[in-house]
Design a protein around this ligand. Structure first.
Ligand code: SF4
Length: 207
């Protein structure tokens, strides 16, 4: 695995299309979770790099860029999606600890957020998520596409186990005001599209 610094020109990307958020914030480029169906691999081509899973770029100046944007008198406090083309809680985050500082800025500037992750590392920041959720909209979701953890370890090798992802939702729901959700996507033909899997996911979510 290679880690490289990247200088960000700006923190937020304006999102076009019908999404429940106006902005996207990616603190990393590339993702160690290595999902075989990853939709975000294309984003590395802008870095002239084709090693999306093995070369992870981190934006060393992301906090100053973000504060510049959020402190602007023109900032309208619109919803920011954190992690459109990466998982913000991938393994490197354990070492760099950028997300607690990002969340502190969201609290300071009362900015609503959405986070989707496949990592239980997010529970490290439970207190900050709780603090933010008391003052503005926060939605935390985990992508969970199979009840079979063996299959999960093949198609999403760097991610947290299924049970730990359900625990994330459980803990966020119990200890914060954030709304929570599960993304059952993609549904992969022949692997995860059978009724036993889909019904199993609903049963575990209900529980
Ligand atoms: S967690 Fe998301 S961004 Fe990361 S490899 Fe999987 S699909 Fe791609």
């Amino acid at each position: 695995m290679k880690y490289q610094e990247l200088e960000a020109k700006s923190a937020l990307n304006k999102v076009k299309g019908r999404f429940p958020f106006k902005w996207d914030l990616n603190i990393y480029r590339g993702c160690e979770h290595g999902c075989i169906y990853c939709y975000a691999i294309y984003s590395h081509k802008y870095l002239n790099d084709c090693d999306y899973f093995e070369t992870i770029y981190y934006k060393k100046n992301i906090l100053s860029c973000l504060e510049k944007k959020l402190s602007s008198p023109t900032w309208k406090h619109e919803i920011i999606n954190i992690g459109g083309v990466c998982d913000s809680y991938q393994p490197l985050e354990e070492k760099l600890q950028l997300m607690p500082e990002i969340l502190k800025l969201m609290i300071k500037y009362k900015t609503p957020i959405i986070i989707s992750t496949k990592s239980s590392l997010i529970l490290r920041d439970l207190d900050l998520i709780n603090e933010l959720s008391k003052i503005t909209y926060v939605n935390i979701a985990c992508t969970i596409i199979t009840v079979d953890d063996k299959l999960r370890s093949i198609i999403e090798p760097g991610s947290s186990s299924i049970i730990n992802r359900f625990r994330v939702i459980d803990q966020i729901k119990k200890h914060t005001n954030a709304s929570t959700g599960i993304h059952i996507m993609p549904i992969i033909p022949y692997l995860t599209d059978h009724p036993g899997n889909i019904n199993g996911l609903y049963k575990m979510a209900k529980k």
